[in-house]
Design a protein around this ligand. Structure first.
Ligand code: LLP
Length: 445
């Protein structure tokens, strides 16, 4: 069976070309660097579209499936346009993400607005632009929603975000009960919320329940347990409140392969488990099959992305048998290593086949000792000026990037069939100081 895109460390189009260089999307990485500079984010359109299609194909037997790309993973106008053209709506979490979708000309009526502290202004923006669903997170927000919808003379369709009591931290299950999560209504608060909606909040139309159990999930049973909780609650709500909810949103979380040891789930297996769980629990708890929303982020965009860096200085510490190779990027374009001890894989883009291997640590250029991208990796002997390709950086890299040390953010290029197009311009120094203000009185001192 062909492996799915989330089971590939590299973009699906990656190969070594006749010039003995790494090629992605039909573009020679060395040429890309000459044209656009480094650090450079690259997104392979074919891998991205394949990931979307794999989801749609996997869930094709459950017609009531709706796909929402979790745009927090990577939100740019071009990326949203591509994903939208594959039939996905969006899981958005801020006015900025919604604004980006609108800027890309996307109708957000199939999208959802999610988050634990949406402001009144954000809710007003989302509702007046006809967002499809709002996932209401807490009592404060229910009140704000009613107020805003009333003001706009609209009815809003919402889901209730619930904390199902299953949390997944990377590969483990951690049962925290319903206590320790900043997101959503604890199961014991659902009845109060529904009472309010039924009696007080006339502009709110409750359609279903929403949960998200974690990210980089490698375990099928998590989805099964989550679905049971959602369906059991819908059945309980039906009996207790005579209210029929017709939608469940199971969130995202499907893992990807950063390193050889990662064993992500096959999207077909996930779909099989999700669909059979829905069928089984709908029967058990006696409810109709609901509309199913899924919100993958990482597994859609991560494998499509790589980052190219140029190797600069080197430092050898023979006492501890260590060699640092410093790259021209680091924690400001990829904070995930510092933040989560995330693992990555790399190759030399200009000599991927070289057999002269040595153990090195790829560190960044930022003023912090923890600014390391890959600790201890075997790579062909690196010389200053070599180009390093780090794989699987499509998700949560650019979206969590910063200007730490006042370094400009990298450009992002979309590659496909030998074409390359800028989708995010490299930041300039003018961009860096765009919002700086020197108060007048400082000019007189
Ligand atoms: N839906 C909800 C409600 C979420 O909170 C998230 C992610 C997703 C969907 C998408 O999850 P995914 O399919 O991407 O796993 N910055 C972290 C990941 C944070 C995920 C937050 N929520 C990282 O870099 O690993």
């Amino acid at each position: 069976m062909k492996l799915k895109s989330n089971n590939s460390i590299e973009p699906l189009t990656t190969k070594i070309n006749n010039h003995n260089n790494l090629e992605i999307g039909g573009c020679d990485c060395v040429d890309l660097v000459q044209k656009y500079g480094t650090p450079l984010y690259i997104i392979d359109e074919e891998t991205l579209r394949t990931a979307c299609r794999e989801y749609k194909n996997a869930f094709k037997n459950y017609e009531k499936t709706r796909f929402l790309y979790a745009s927090k993973a990577l939100c740019t106008s071009a990326i949203l346009k591509i994903v939208s053209s594959e039939g996905f709506g969006f899981d958005t979490v801020s006015k900025g993400e919604i604004y980006t979708a609108l800027n890309a000309g996307i109708d957000i009526k199939t999208s959802l607005f999610n988050g634990n502290n949406k402001t009144e202004d954000e809710l007003e923006f989302a509702i007046s632009n006809n967002i499809g669903r709002i996932s209401a997170d807490n009592f404060y927000e229910l009140e704000l929603l009613e107020k805003t919808a009333k003001k706009l003379n609209k009815k809003v369709d919402i889901l209730l975000r619930i904390t199902p009591g299953i949390e997944c931290h990377t590969h483990e299950y951690i049962q925290t009960g319903t206590i320790d999560s900043k997101f959503g209504f604890g199961l014991n608060k659902i009845d109060t919320a529904i009472d309010l909606i039924k009696t007080k909040y006339k502009n709110i139309n409750l359609k279903g329940l929403h949960a998200h159990v974690g990210s980089q999930i490698f375990e099928l049973n998590i989805f099964k347990d989550e679905i049971e909780i959602l369906i059991k609650e819908i059945s309980r709500i039906q009996n207790k409140h005579s209210l029929t909810l017709t939608e469940i949103n199971i969130g995202g979380g499907m893992g990807v392969k950063y390193i050889d040891n990662d064993k992500p789930l096959d999207v077909n297996e996930v779909a099989k488990t999700v669909i059979s769980s829905i069928e089984m629990y709908c029967k058990k708890y006696n409810i109709e099959y609901p509309t199913l929303y899924i919100e993958p982020g990482r597994s859609i965009i991560s494998p499509a992305g790589v980052t190219l860096y140029t190797a600069g200085s080197q430092k050898e510490i023979p006492e501890i048998n260590k060699k640092y190779i410093a790259l021209d990027g680091g924690m400001a374009d990829n904070i995930r290593v510092c933040l989560y001890k995330a693992d990555y894989t790399a190759k030399l883009a200009n000599k991927p086949n070289n057999n002269d291997l040595e153990n090195v640590t790829l560190c960044g250029r930022f003023c912090e000792s923890g600014d390391v991208l890959i600790e201890n990796i075997k790579l062909p002997k690196i010389e200053t000026g070599d180009i390093i390709c780090i794989f699987n950086t499509g998700s949560y890299n650019y979206s969590m990037s910063s200007n730490y040390n006042r370094v400009c953010k990298p450009a992002m290029v979309l590659v496909n069939s030998g074409f390359s197009d800028i989708i995010i311009n490299r930041e300039t120094f003018d961009d860096l100081i765009r919002n700086d203000v020197i108060p007048n009185r400082l000019n007189n001192v």
